[in-house]
Structures are given as structure tokens and as C-alpha cells.
Design a binder for this molecule. Structure first.
Ligand code: SAM
Length: 273
């Protein structure tokens, strides 16, 4: 199995990566707005009733952090990232922020998780890594560090998009979207392994499942769909006919295009053996 991480921007699952940081923030925010229920359902599935100390690895614009803070209002939530603009956004939202390169392993938390009874050596009740582990150069090293940081009974949650979000419902549109996804896969978008053996090798027992959500059709959902198709239109693996069809779709992208926004996330819930 290929456990090579995605190191290039092109390999990201998000459609924003070549178009600048502002677009990146917007797309992460759109995903949170449109498919926030999907992430919330993921957290429900983990069955973690309480947590006092939480670490969000690769926290981005804070979609996961906000959800975790809401779900565990008494917890200290530390957000880790290495992108200065993401870190600034996280700080603005009041998160304890750890600037660290996860390629170097699990970071020193340096007092960012202050809880009443944190155990110095293994202070973390919940580690959350959503759409971030596939970016990391040495996931096995990071996961070994997570294993050491987890408190007894602590939980690691790894989340990845099972597939790119889908929006079109009409059979012709759905097929065009399917071929666009295949062209994106050829470029390595959203490429990640099944994390089960990597997590197990780090000394954690793991269960894997999937959560699918159909989102309401809102202006944000329309904007998000448009963003994806705008990105697809540049994919080299798309045929000329499909490129024309995507361009045509984007030109007439309006309220009369029927959407059924849906996303499926794969969730790995792990606890120390
Ligand atoms: C696709 S975003 C996911 C953001 C967020 N977890 C979410 O679900 O919306 C990936 C995040 O991981 C961060 N990241 C990628 N590689 C990293 C590394 N080596 N060290 C720290 N953060 C990293 C990026 O800066 C980005 O914020």
C-alpha cells in the first residue's frame, strides 16, 4: 500500500491550492459552511463523551477547532498548523495556537494545553486530524508521537474525504462530475492511503467507518460547487469535450441547475492498545 504522503499543493483534496491563500481560506470556510453537519456527524460517531484537552493537527481555518470547542466547552483546545495565515486566523478566534511542522512529528505543546489535572507526559484526551494527515511527510512518526501524547483512555480521530464532494444530480451532470473526479484523481487530488495499518503500527487499536451527509442547497453550496468545477476545468486529464462541458456548466451556473450537495468522510477512531 502506498503510504507516501501528499507533499504537493496539487495533491490536496481542496480545489484552492494554486489560486492563493485567500481562496484557500474561502474554500475551507465554504466546506465548513456547506458540510459542517458532515464533520459534526463524524464527531458524533467517535463517541467521545468528554475531553479536557484537545489537539487539532493541521487545524486550517478552525472548522474542526470550532466544532471541538463547542462540543467540549470546558476543554483546552490547541490548534497546530505551520501556515502563518492559518495561524493568524486561529489566533483571532481565540484558540491556543502551536506553530509547528508536523513533518517533524508530534509537537511540544509547551503549556498550550493548560488543564486542571493534565498529566505532564501524556496530557491529551483527544487528537483530531481532519484532512491533514495526508499532507505530512512522516505520518508514522507523527502517529507514534500521538500515541505517546494520548492520556490513558485518550482517542485519536483521523478524518479524510472518502471522495471529493459531489453536487450534480442530473444523470449527465453526475457523469461529467464523475469523470472530473477521475481527472482530479489522476493529478493526485485527495490521495490518501487507508490509514488503518499505519495507525495500528503506532500501537493504537482502530475502527474505520464512513459518514455521508446531504447538505441543503444554499448560496454557499452553489459557490462551493462552482469553485470545484472552476478547478476541474484546468485538469490536464479532462478530455476536450468534458472541458467544454465544464466551461458551459460554469457559464450557465445559476439557480436552475439542480444540486444535491453530498460529502462522505472516512473516519478512523483509535485508542492506545
Ligand atoms: C486541507 S487543510 C485542513 C484544515 C482543517 N483541518 C479542516 O478540516 O478544514 C490542511 C491543513 O494542514 C496544514 N498542514 C499541512 N502540512 C502541515 C505540516 N507539515 N505541519 C503543520 N500543518 C500542516 C495546512 O497548513 C492546512 O491548514
Amino acid at each position: 500500500m502506498d503510504h507516501q504522503p501528499n507533499r504537493t499543493r496539487e495533491n490536496d483534496h481542496q480545489p484552492h491550492q494554486r489560486s492563493g491563500s485567500q481562496d484557500q481560506h474561502r474554500v475551507l470556510d465554504l466546506d465548513a459552511e456547506v458540510f459542517g453537519d458532515n464533520l459534526a456527524a463524524v464527531l458524533d460517531l467517535t463517541g467521545v463523551p468528554a475531553a479536557r484537552s484537545v489537539v487539532d493537527l493541521g487545524a486550517g481555518t478552525g472548522a474542526g477547532g470550532r466544532l471541538l470547542r463547542e462540543r467540549y466547552p470546558d476543554a483546552a483546545v490547541a490548534c497546530v498548523d505551520n501556515d502563518p495565515q492559518m495561524l493568524a486566523l486561529l489566533r483571532k478566534q481565540g484558540f491556543a495556537v502551536v506553530e509547528a511542522d508536523l513533518d517533524d512529528g508530534f509537537p511540544a505543546l509547551s503549556g498550550s494545553l493548560i488543564t486542571a489535572d493534565a498529566v505532564a507526559e501524556a496530557p491529551v484526551d483527544l487528537v483530531w486530524a481532519s484532512s491533514s494527515l495526508h499532507h505530512v511527510a512522516h505520518p508514522a512518526r507523527l502517529l507514534s508521537g500521538v500515541r505517546r501524547a494520548l492520556a490513558p483512555g485518550g482517542v485519536l480521530v483521523v478524518v479524510e474525504l472518502a471522495a471529493l464532494p459531489r453536487f450534480l444530480s442530473h444523470p449527465r451532470g453526475a457523469l461529467l462530475e464523475q469523470r472530473s473526479h477521475a481527472a482530479a484523481a489522476a493529478e493526485g487530488w485527495n490521495h490518501h492511503p487507508n490509514w488503518t495499518p499505519v495507525i495500528e503500527a503506532a500501537g493504537l487499536g482502530v475502527t474505520q467507518s464512513e459518514v455521508t451527509t446531504i447538505a441543503p442547497v444554499t448560496p454557499a453550496a452553489r459557490e462551493y460547487a462552482q469553485q470545484w468545477f472552476a478547478r476541474f476545468s484546468h485538469l490536464p486529464a479532462l478530455t476536450a469535450d468534458d472541458r467544454d462541458a465544464v466551461a458551459d456548466l460554469l457559464e450557465r451556473f445559476s439557480d436552475d441547475i439542480e444540486l444535491v450537495p453530498r460529502a462522505t468522510r472516512t473516519v478512523w477512531v483509535a485508542t492506545p492498545d
